[in-house]
Ligand binder design. Structure first.
Ligand code: MG
Length: 186
């Protein structure tokens, strides 16, 4: 069993859902969330797609209509991120360097609030999206990666660490692990 240099609790998401379509956005808004920082690659679209489908457009319209702000936050860069954000009509931060705080803070400034209790990160990676959000005191929702086989080498490395962290969470916090159904992430 590996030992972590940081507390494993910083990797525990507040919620886990299979996809971004399974998240209850009404509940998020009702619980005080105002800004959603949403990862792009393998959270909204897989690496081999770059456009917003009608299903994505419908979801974004409905979430924005609830008064929630969505900001795209991606470690990726270029036309892929910019073009997608323009399609869905949301601000974005590229080269975010997640899990470092830099990109999250930059993204939050594009929204209406800097209160950590009103900010929620949605992403498919424990090592970038969730770790980064929990360190800043944001809420973090983990989703499954849409398509794993197109991931690059550094994401694959993150996945190996992710599996080890999930095992640690299972061992040290079985009640949370079971409640969030995290076994389905492995
Ligand atoms: Mg991702």
């Amino acid at each position: 069993m590996i030992e972590l240099f940081v507390k494993e609790t910083l990797f525990i998401p507040d919620d886990y859902q299979k996809t971004i379509y399974d998240i209850n956005y009404d509940q998020l808004a009702a619980s005080g969330i105002k800004t959603i920082l949403m990862d792009l690659d393998n959270t909204i679209i897989p690496y081999d797609e770059s456009h917003a489908s009608s299903q994505i457009m419908t979801l974004f319209k409905s979430v924005l209509a609830k008064g929630l702000v969505i900001i795209i936050i991606s470690n990726n860069h270029g036309q892929r991120v910019k073009g997608f954000a323009e399609e869905v009509g949301c601000p974005f931060v590229q080269r975010a360097k997640k899990p470092l705080s830099y990109g999250f803070i930059k993204a939050v400034k594009l929204g209406d609030t800097t209160n950590p209790a009103q900010i929620c990160v949605i992403g498919d990676q424990l090592m970038t999206d969730i770790w980064g959000s929990k360190r800043l005191g944001y809420r973090g929702i983990l989703v499954n990666a849409i398509k794993r086989n197109t991931e690059k080498w550094f994401t694959r490395l993150n996945r190996r660490l992710e599996q080890k962290i999930l095992l640690i969470i299972q061992k040290k916090h079985p009640e949370i692990y079971n409640k969030l159904h995290l076994v389905e992430k492995r």
